[in-house]
Design a protein around this ligand. Structure first.
Ligand code: SF4
Length: 358
């Protein structure tokens, strides 16, 4: 993990979707397909700010797979990258066509992150997702046959109406076959206030169910050889996401596209979120930075520890002197304290107890 500190990332926020999922609070637009070419032009202008060769590039969103393969190729053609750079693109299942996957791979994409969320159709409906539930396994087989070595699938845990059995079936469908993804992200459903799901209390998961589901999932994944390297992220050895590691190690990255965040030597900045305003600014070559903050050394140190606590690296034992009181939630590994599966559910509370040592 320490290696990632010398890494440098590029994050691209792609603000287009076909339909807004009921739980989603990301900056994205469902009626702006016609602006994709102008968006790509804008991104290419912002990429002039790149400071050094990227060791990871991440197309996130939004729905990056709504970009055509030639858009992805144009963007990647101007990003200076190290020979071993990881280039991830988030893919919605409905965009997974062999020609598209082949073309983006040829353009330089090395890794896919696929938003499956569940393989139960009533769960997908409850989340307001548009794709079908039955294609996860065939999709992995397609990705594998096209030659991708590393890809991830996402599951959402805790949807009201999802049973333990539904969750286990999702895990079995996604992972129990010869071309399973070597990485899996699992997110606890969080009702964001401004979303359709957030406004409907009947669709909010209760804490106890969330905790039980997370423990069930952690156990099932670890039994299949997927190590939990961060609370929501599980991988076979060697398939951890380099771009994620960069964030958790407080590395530097350039954020491009509306609402994208960047970080450079303790200076965090974010772009204009409104697509029209952003397009207007990039067209006139005016800065799209909407704000910034400087993180002082003490705050950075504390944040680094809180992030490390969320990972399997844990924190030096002296940072958590009262660890003994947290018996079920932390364990000692050498001179470091790491969270147990139950502790991962309380990471924020435990992070508040961290004490900064010299
Ligand atoms: S596809 Fe992703 S970004 Fe788009 S609305 Fe759904 S959750 Fe949000």
């Amino acid at each position: 993990m320490t290696k990632a500190n010398s890494d440098y990332g590029v994050y691209l926020h792609v603000p287009f979707c076909r339909q807004r999922c009921d739980y989603c609070a990301f900056v994205t637009y469902i009626d702006r397909d016609h602006d994709r070419a102008a968006y790509v032009d804008g991104v290419i202008r912002e990429l002039r700010e790149q400071q050094r060769p990227a060791t990871s590039v991440f197309f996130g969103g939004g729905t990056p797979s709504m970009l055509d393969a030639h858009h992805v190729a144009r963007i990647l053609s101007v990003i200076d990258r190290s020979d071993d750079a990881e280039v991830t693109l988030e893919l919605n299942p409905e965009d997974a066509h062999p020609t598209y996957l082949r073309d983006i791979r040829e353009a330089g994409v090395t890794r896919l992150s696929v938003g499956i969320q569940s393989t139960a159709s009533h769960v997908l409906r409850a989340l307001g997702r548009v794709h079908r539930a039955d294609g996860a396994r065939a999709l992995s087989q397609m990705i594998d046959a096209i030659g991708f070595v590393s890809w991830s699938m996402d599951l959402i845990v805790g949807t009201v109406g999802e049973s333990d059995r539904d969750l286990m079936e999702s895990i079995e469908t996604v992972l129990d076959h010869g071309a399973a993804p070597p990485h899996l992200s699992a997110y606890l459903l969080t009702p964001e206030r401004a979303t359709a799901l957030g406004k409907d209390r009947r669709r909010h998961p209760d804490e106890e169910t969330l905790a039980d589901r997370y423990l069930l999932l952690s156990e099932a994944l670890e039994a299949r050889g997927y190590g939990c390297y961060e609370i929501s992220n599980f991988a076979k050895p060697g398939h951890e996401c380099r771009h994620n590691l960069l964030y958790w190690n407080q590395g530097d990255y350039l954020g491009v596209g509306p609402a994208a965040h960047g970080h450079h030597h303790g200076r965090r900045s974010w772009r204009i979120a409104n697509l029209d305003t952003w397009l207007h600014h990039v067209a006139l070559e005016i800065s799209t930075e909407a704000g910034f903050e400087l993180v002082d050394a003490a705050a950075a140190h504390l944040e680094r520890a809180a992030l490390a606590l969320r990972t399997r690296e844990g924190v030096p034992a002296q940072m958590l002197p009262n660890a003994r009181e947290l018996d079920a939630f932390v364990s000692l590994r050498g001179d470091r304290v790491v969270l147990t599966p139950r502790g991962r559910l309380m990471a924020d509370e435990i992070a508040r107890r961290l004490e900064i040592t010299a």
